[in-house]
Write a protein that binds this ligand. Sequence first.
Ligand SMILES: NC(=O)c1ccc[n+]([C@@H]2O[C@H](COP(=O)([O-])OP(=O)(O)OC[C@H]3O[C@@H](n4cnc5c(N)ncnc54)[C@H](OP(=O)(O)O)[C@@H]3O)[C@@H](O)[C@H]2O)c1
Length: 292
Amino acid sequence: MSTTQTPSAFTLGDRAVQRLGYGAMQLAGPGVFGPPKDREAALAVLREAVASGVDHIDTSDFYGPHITNQIIREALAPYAKDLVIVTKIGARRSDTGGWLPAFSPEELAQAVHDNLRNLGLDVLDVVNLRIMFDVHGPVEGSIEAPLAALAELQRQGLVRHIGLSNVTPAQVAEGRRICRIACVQNQYNLVHRNDDALIDDLARDGIPYVPFFPLGGFTPLQSSGLSDVAQRLGATPMQVALAWLLRRSPNILLIPGTSSVGHLRENLAAGKLALPADAVEALDRVAAPVAE
Ligand SMILES: NC(=O)c1ccc[n+]([C@@H]2O[C@H](COP(=O)([O-])OP(=O)(O)OC[C@H]3O[C@@H](n4cnc5c(N)ncnc54)[C@H](OP(=O)(O)O)[C@@H]3O)[C@@H](O)[C@H]2O)c1
């Protein structure tokens, strides 16, 4: 059986991290709003992640809002030296949980300070500027003004590395003319592959690409092609979806989200799942056609 091994680490900012990390968004209440129904369970997921070798956690102060970061701090502070916490700014929540843009220099500075306070940090490792021209996906438009404001916060020593989220390739190029971009975080998974070319471009330049919704997001992926491959390999569909991403490109760093220790363990075990060439071919056929 022919298999392909995938590298287990990649450099994010100035540190090598395991390619299988953890996304903390699922730890807040329903709709990523308010407290979780079981706070102890949320603390347990984070502690299990780090105990299992996860050294890259993705979060935002607008998850909850504030609550997810406070849970991370309670579970994990003082933080292990090798833990990289990546957060994102550029949005805020309405009173009813809606997602609103928050792009002015004042709002961005406030967001950085909220993250620092709620995570209990003096400096944020990586801050992604989450572009909100459309909350649901990337839309063209200059990102110069908010990115320059974030770069100023970096100059003040509050932020080590800057990333971009929900961006087009043109916005990534614009961003790279303004400051060093440490990572790009966009929606991408087995059936949502609009960023194929961008991933390859970033890989050539050693820049990590961090897919959000790697398992399909709020409605996890369902596909008979995926289930067939999983059954053949004695794995779960979610493990196969993650293994496919790990194999897709060495610069892909994964942050699957879960509120369950069982799912966390299942997801982390995907790092050991080698996909035979015929499984990769079958999975490549699962992709939805890219919109014209
Ligand atoms: N930059 C952005 O705009 C943006 C947007 C969205 C998310 N993110 C980041 O990306 C991370 C990942 O995205 P996500 O959490 O929304 O979506 P995801 O990782 O694609 O999927 C999470 C969903 O899959 C379920 N799940 C997880 N593991 C499973 C397993 N082994 N078997 C069955 N179901 C499983 C989770 O439910 P359970 O809780 O029941 O396991 C949850 O419903 C987030 O945590 C967040 O940090 C960023």
